[in-house]
Ligand binder design. Structure first.
Ligand code: DAK
Length: 265
């Protein structure tokens, strides 16, 4: 059992390295399949991390040979439609929480990212994959559709045609193919995965955090809305930066030819 503050987890491990939070999904005997217990814990962990101002970037990864091999098939197989609805709402709300975290999130995909696992990775801002990772939305082979935004996020990331091919066939793709399609940012060896993810997180954590978070907000809102509204929103967000100490510090440091010391203020 892993314990942090007053939150206890059975299926998650959580640790911090400086300003970086590292959350590991840990049901390795079931390839970290998402059951109700794990989904509830993931939601609690996100709440906990959201309330910790010292965490600037979150990395989500998996224990063992999978990132997440999907939703827990034995757990859901006998659900009636009401139970299926409740369970679907639980997962959707947790994934939405991940997407809406104000801090940047990085999925360090260490193996299978299938179904709900691919959807969890897509709920993160950036995906780094190990070269043995596999991605796919195999739901139609189980008689269901992707239910945690696969039909929504995958076409936005890789385009409709490829998303439809992957979802209609249930085929798995390699990490390098996922990189080629724009589903993952970078592929590295398994040994290097966490180092690369931590290095990337560290680089982000060294910048002005309010500006990083505003940028995330402007990108996410911009994608959801029409271009003119998105540009107005971006302009408002840009203007707000001038109310921060970090903007003064960043620009003064440039003029004074020194490194900035940001305070997230
Ligand atoms: N659920 C539960 N257990 C799983 C699992 C899963 N998704 N995937 C693997 N496991 C378990 C296996 O049953 C096995 O357990 P034991 O038999 O040892 O007890 C253990 O993990 C190791 O798996 P394998 O022995 O199969 O390992 P292999 O390396 O041979 O194969 C594999 C790895 C990933 C290719 C294979 O395990 C596999 O095909 N797994 C299923 C992948 C899959 O179909 N995933 C998609 C699940 S569907 C919804 C929203 C979302 C969803 C549904 C509804 N609503 C809004 C209502 C999401 C759906 C999904 O994600």
């Amino acid at each position: 059992m892993n314990m942090k503050a007053d939150v206890q987890f059975e299926n998650l491990k959580y640790r911090k390295e400086g300003h970086i939070g590292i959350l590991t999904l840990s049901r390795p005997k079931s390839l970290n399949a998402l059951n109700a217990k794990l989904l509830n814990e993931l939601g609690d962990a996100v709440d906990m991390i959201n309330s910790d101002a010292s965490v600037h970037v979150l990395i989500i990864t998996g224990d063992g040979k999978a990132f997440v091999a999907g939703a827990d098939i034995p757990e859901m197989k006998d659900y009636n439609s009401e139970e299926g609805r409740e369970w679907g709402e639980l997962g959707s709300s947790v994934f939405k929480k991940v997407e809406l975290m104000k801090i940047p999130t990085i999925a360090a995909v260490n193996g299978f990212a299938l179904g709900g696992g691919c959807e969890l990775a897509m709920s993160c801002d950036i995906r780094i994959a190990s070269d043995n990772a596999k991605f796919g939305q195999p739901e139609v082979g189980l008689g269901i559709t992707p239910g945690y935004s696969g039909c929504v996020r995958l076409p936005r990331l890789i385009g409709q045609a490829k998303a439809k091919e992957l979802i209609f066939t249930g085929d798995y793709i390699s990490a390098s193919e996922a990189e080629r399609l724009g589903l993952v940012n970078k592929v590295v060896s398994s040994d290097e995965l966490m180092n690369v993810a931590i290095e990337l997180a560290g680089k982000i954590a060294s910048k002005a955090q309010i500006a990083v978070r505003y940028s995330k907000l402007a990108i996410n809102k911009g994608i959801e809305t029409d271009i003119n509204t998105a540009i107005v929103f971006e302009n408002q967000i840009f203007a707000l930066c001038f109310a921060t100490e970090d903007q003064k510090e960043g620009m003064n440091a440039f003029v004074e030819k020194r490194s900035p010391h940001f305070k997230t203020k």
